[in-house]
Design a protein around this ligand. Sequence first.
Ligand code: CP
Ligand code: NVA
Length: 306
Amino acid sequence: MKKDLLKLLDLTGEEIHEILDVADQLKYDQKHGIPHEHLKGQTLAMIFEKNSTRTRVSFETGMFQLGGHALFLSGKESQIGRGEPIEDTARVLSRYCDGIMIRTFSQEGVEKLAEYADIPVINGLTDFCHPCQVLADLMTVREHKAKLAGLKMCYIGDGNNMANSLIVGGLKCGMAVSVACPEGYDPDPAVLEFAKSEPEFKFELCRDPKQAAAGADVVFTDVWASMGQEGEKAEREKAFAGVYCVDDALMAVTNPGCMVQHCLPAHRGEEITAEVFEAHADEIFDEAENRLHAQKAVMYLLMKKD
Ligand code: CP
Ligand code: NVA
């Protein structure tokens, strides 16, 4: 049966580690010029209903490096933008392509696409989650710290798609996860339910960023207003400004050698100061690079023909 990557809630910790191991190997192969055209002759359709730089370029480049081809379909310019049902798009693309990557608003839409497609579907971001980003994040933390289990991850800011995937991915990999969000901007209830589901999960949701960051080994943050929330910008600024910001004072309560990660794009002076961003730029751009390797691993594992 074909497999998809729709959200990290669907994966076990072992499956996440398997993806990270393959990603490490593919990164090694690429850096050492070792051919790895495992998806020769295959085509990935990439549907974008929201903007992107990293996701588009890393999937397209990744598919090329694996010996395949990726094609870009903009929501607006394809028939999707004129209301063609997702069920029909799924069945049509299944007749031409070998995999589909989709970035859109609704998680339900992605789940429906996967239900009707005969080929693997990969979630490249919805309002609910951003699994490919968090696989790259976990890969980066593991590269820098040589492990995940036992480390403390903290997330400061909006309880958005990034927060949802980080909580699930972090807990499934044995990390302690501490989140600070303003009231009214909590992570998704299904994710909070998941965080309570296993007695060994170490999870904390609080309002005070310093409480969340105390003793952290890696600090994550993301924009206050995500794509699709442009109309709420002013209201969100009021709720977040001056408090939900990764700055030197916040970093002072973390563990020595604490990493900083940001999925990008970053808004300096809002969720992160320019000083903290630049001090951790190498880690943040490693994270961006690892989108390529982590997604190549996902495509390889889902699309390889046995
Ligand atoms: N982090 C991320 O997904 O970046 P893009 O929006 O540029 O794809
Ligand atoms: N939370 C952000 C992530 C961008 C990669 C958004 O959805 O816009």
